[in-house]
Design a protein around this ligand. Structure first.
Ligand SMILES: [Fe+2]
Ligand SMILES: [Fe+2]
Length: 256
């Protein structure tokens, strides 16, 4: 699976290289095991059907890719955000699960997909015997990750904040589903211009930086800011929720 020319294991490998653990994390109680891992969901035919149907629905109405690639990537990044910041295994797994399931509501409709997705996730997680308290965390994260109305996603939990950061960092040309460049809208153009994206979490500096490489012959950097202002606001709030600052670095220049 390739996102920006790197495979997900390579991205995770890079992330792991600078991982650190907060001192207070070591004092937390031992993680309580969940009855499932995200690997179970990756094999689940109902989950796969919803993700694939959601992506197909969005392709019809001209949206960028929201399929298994996006689900896998967001799941890995959300887990990594919490791992790098020293959260325990259980919270990391919940973030991975929320990341994998967060867009299944698109199988019903793009509109209010965060709310419908949260309820679909509840049914799926109940089937696996996940505790109501953990289902509530995943539902809260999915329900608060933002949609296409004027409401911004709001972090309500560390799992929720990690999901928002992971979801909003997926800007890449492989997301463009429109095969005809002459019919690109601004979202297509900015995504197509993004040749690499990486969310760097620095626990020492308490900073989270979205590093983008944008081909400015396709879209000027300003277009990114015009289109993604809501995403930047959501990411800033999510990083602050985790006790970090949020930054954007485009083509090697720190712009936020
Ligand atoms: Fe979404
Ligand atoms: Fe998403």
């Amino acid at each position: 699976m390739s996102t920006n020319g790197e495979s997900i294991p390579e991205i995770i490998g890079e992330a792991a290289a600078v991982r650190a653990t907060k001192p207070e994390a070591a004092a937390r109680p031992a993680a309580v095991a969940l009855p499932i891992t995200v690997a179970d969901l990756e094999k689940d035919p109902e989950v796969r059907a919803y993700i694939e149907a959601g992506n197909a629905n969005l392709a019809v109405i001209g949206f960028t890719e929201h399929g298994l690639r996006h689900a896998n990537l967001v799941s890995h990044i959300a887990r990594n955000v919490l791992r790098r910041l020293g959260y325990d295994q259980r919270e990391q797994e919940l973030a991975a699960i929320a990341g994998y399931l967060h867009d299944i509501g698109n199988a019903i409709s793009r509109y209010d997909h965060s709310l419908t997705g949260a309820l679909l996730a509840r049914d799926i997680l109940r089937r696996y015997g996940v505790a109501p308290e953990d289902i509530a965390i995943v539902m809260g994260a999915i329900g608060s990750h933002g949609d296409d109305t004027q409401r911004l996603g709001e972090p309500v939990h560390a799992v929720s904040a990690a999901l928002i950061l992971a979801d909003k960092s997926d800007v890449h040309r492989s997301r463009v589903q429109n095969p005809d460049q002459s019919k690109f809208d601004q979202h297509d153009r900015v995504n197509y211009a993004a040749v690499s994206s990486f969310l760097r979490v620095d626990p020492g500096e308490k900073s989270i930086t979205l590093e983008l490489t944008i081909d400015t012959t396709i879209a000027p950097v300003m277009h990114y800011f015009e289109i993604f202002l809501p995403r930047m606001l959501m990411s800033t709030r999510a990083a602050e929720f985790l006790g970090c600052t949020f930054h954007i670095n485009i083509n090697g220049v720190e712009l936020l």
